[in-house]
Write a protein that binds this ligand. Structure first.
Ligand SMILES: [Fe+2]
Length: 254
């Protein structure tokens, strides 16, 4: 099987966009472009032809590079859950499949952060593009949907296989780590995760991608039953949803 590669592109102050490609042909896919010039530079250097632009949600910091990319690569097809700058798009929603020359993505609706938010799941290559639904040790803010919707969206991710590699929309990990240290008593999971994150940041200057199974053990936003979740400083008998609501509200004010 041809190895699929994901190139991570730093964008704006803390965004990530992604280029997906392999070494056997020149096709490529870009996910959530913010700054087109930076992406075009990498595509040219790697002699890649952009064929697909995939969007997880309508926020400007995930879409502002689309027009510039389409100008340079007019053949690129756009897959998005919402209309974009009056461009012709393939509108995607829950259950859709996106077949590309490189792979196949399943589309899952994941409302909460925005109502149109989708996550893109390539089960065969174990790749998961989650936009602003899930972050390492955290999750996205609930801007358009309800707490219930966001909780359900995270539950969908919780049910995916542990060995998926997760690519998210922002580098928020250190702040998320500080929040967990503030709200939870010191514990081995937190200490070990912190060590791993600091090592990742030192080596790669980024804390992503991460492994979904690790996150299921360490991220109480994703898994209210994980060991970390049981180490909350204050006493509680929250339901899963109430616990998520509490965490999200505390984080919004952190
Ligand atoms: Fe967003």
């Amino acid at each position: 099987m041809t190895q699929i590669n994901v190139e991570i592109i730093n964008q704006l102050s803390d965004n990530y966009s992604y280029i997906i490609f392999n070494n056997s042909n020149s096709s490529s896919i870009v996910v959530d472009p913010s700054e087109d010039e930076k992406i075009i530079k990498v595509l040219k250097k790697k002699k890649l032809k952009l064929e697909y632009i995939l969007i997880t949600h309508h926020h400007n910091d995930h879409t502002s590079g689309v027009l510039g990319l389409v100008k340079e690569y007019p053949q690129a097809q756009i897959y998005s859950p919402s209309e974009l700058f009056s461009l012709t798009i393939n509108k995607i929603s829950n259950g859709d499949k996106i077949k590309t020359p490189l792979n196949e993505f399943q589309v899952f609706a994941a409302p909460g952060h925005t109502l149109d938010h989708v996550v893109l799941c390539d089960k065969k290559n174990k790749l998961l593009f989650v936009g602003d639904v899930l972050f390492r040790l955290g999750c996205g803010r609930v801007f358009e949907g309800t707490i219930e919707q966001m909780h359900n969206s995270l539950n969908k991710l919780l049910n995916l296989p542990d060995d998926m590699t997760v690519y998210c929309g922002h580098e928020y990990t250190l702040n998320n780590l500080k929040f967990l240290e503030h709200l939870f008593v010191q514990n081995d999971i937190l200490e070990n995760t912190k060590k791993q994150i600091l090592r990742d940041l030192k080596l790669k200057n980024k804390s992503i991608p991460f492994i979904l199974g690790d996150e299921k053990r360490s991220n109480p936003f994703l898994n209210p039953k994980c060991e970390m979740a049981s180490k909350l400083k204050k006493n509680n008998n929250y339901s899963n949803l109430e616990f998520f609501r509490y965490l999200r509200e505390e984080k919004d004010n952190f």
